[in-house]
Design a protein around this ligand. Structure first.
Ligand SMILES: Cc1ncc(COP(=O)(O)O)c(C=O)c1O
Length: 388
């Protein structure tokens, strides 16, 4: 049965970040929220059924992630990414964000350097600074409407002694997918300077326009000792509230080093519903996944086309992956606080502020298009009206 994603689902007063924090963060409940990265689309019926079935059992005790769970993950990775991951490689995590902090704690010492390519997802910055490590930001370079890595500068920075690179693949906020050549070049540099890589691949399944994700750890055999991967069904199947994700260690020593730190606060295993949701998604979510991807690709095309035609002052970076669109609003000549105020008060929409992704994000806004198309139509009409 095809899903009807065109009918908006009301999420108001369900204690969601996206809606129920609007008043606090944007000063209004009336804005159209197109910010935090979850979908307003209903999840796969099969996942909902599995959760309801588990909920009908009257005991919700501590849960393990057994062979049943990892087989489902293995099946998905094999099918979607042609990646055969051995059984012993997985470690559960209640989220990729908690894992960022644990990575920093497990593989670096206070004051040591951790590099990120900016602009990038805000918690990358926080995981480094909040753990008293030295944050090295390496600005991506915008060329012909897309971001590129400055490899010369990257080498200069790595030479100074960077312990860990936190890499976003595909990239949030721009939706850029890194090519085989870029990933190989980065691997070579990180090997040369002994820099470990954590590749956050939470958006790996959300690829569009025929693009194919390349898991960093699969790029060459020797990546196994250099790369740890983070993945999850949360973005793919809209399950962020279930708090289930996992890490892939192809190297046992790295796995042991991480688990030593993660097991202290019990952040290497998860809850009953997260585990059931993950299994159901990877086992039965295929039809929904295919339909959702087609729908979101249509949304991306719609937004890019609309902005090109009707709001030419704003330049949209067309994402290759993710349901996020990175909007260059610099030509409006507004400061970051003025830009936020304009979006909220004049256009009536709530977007993520580019500046929160790093200084290079100044003058940009991030729009989440994983919503019903009529909502996007309304939001863009309001933005067009505000511009005029
Ligand atoms: C790159 C990236 N990593 C991690 C997360 C969130 O991870 P989690 O909800 O598993 O903590 C997001 C959510 O937007 C993201 O974009």
């Amino acid at each position: 049965m095809p899903y009807n994603f065109d009918s908006p689902v009301s999420r108001k007063d369900t204690d969601t970040v996206k809606y129920d924090l609007c008043e606090l963060l944007f000063g209004s409940r009336e804005v159209i929220p197109l910010w935090v990265a979850d979908m307003d689309l209903p999840i796969a019926k099969e996942i909902q059924d599995a959760l309801v079935q588990r909920a009908s059992h009257p005991v919700y005790g501590y849960t393990i992630q057994s062979k049943r769970c990892w087989s489902a993950v293995q099946g998905w990775l094999q099918q979607q990414h042609q990646w055969e991951v051995p059984d012993h490689s997985f470690v559960f995590s209640p989220g990729i964000v908690p894992a960022l902090t644990l990575m920093v704690q497990a593989f670096t010492q206070p004051k040591e350097k951790v590099m990120i390519f900016t602009p990038v997802y805000t918690p990358f910055h926080e995981a480094v600074k909040g753990n008293d490590r030295t944050l090295i930001t390496n600005d991506l370079v915008e060329k012909n409407g897309r971001y590129e890595i400055d490899f010369q500068k990257t080498e200069e920075l790595l030479k100074e002694g960077v312990k860990l690179l936190i890499f976003c693949n595909p990239h949030n906020p721009s939706g850029r997918m890194w090519t085989k050549e870029e990933i190989l070049q980065l691997l070579d540099l990180c090997k040369k300077y002994n820099t470990l890589i954590f590749s956050d691949e939470i958006h790996a399944d959300l690829t569009f326009f025929g693009n194919k994700h390349i898991p960093f750890a699969t790029i060459r055999e020797d990546a196994a000792q250099q790369v740890i991967t983070g993945m999850a069904p949360s973005k793919t199947f809209n399950l962020a509230g279930l708090q289930a994700s996992y890490l892939i260690f192809l190297d046992d020593t790295l796995k042991r080093q991480y688990t030593k730190v993660a097991s202290v606060p019990h952040l290497n295993f998860g809850g009953t519903f997260g585990t059931e949701g993950m299994i159901a998604a990877y086992t039965h979510g295929h039809t929904w996944y295919k339909e959702m991807k087609a729908y979101i690709q249509g949304n991306i095309e719609f937004v890019i086309d609309y902005i090109d035609k009707h709001i030419p002052e704003i330049k949209a970076m067309k994402p290759e992956a993710t349901y996020l669109i990175w909007l260059d609003c610099k030509s409006l000549g507004l400061s970051d606080p003025e830009l936020k105020k304009f979006m909220v008060e004049k256009a009536g929409i709530a977007l993520n502020e580019g500046i929160s992704f790093g200084q290079t994000g100044s003058g940009w806004q991030r729009m989440n298009v994983a919503v019903a198309r009529p909502v996007l139509e309304k939001a863009l009409a309001q933005l067009k009206e505000a511009m005029s």
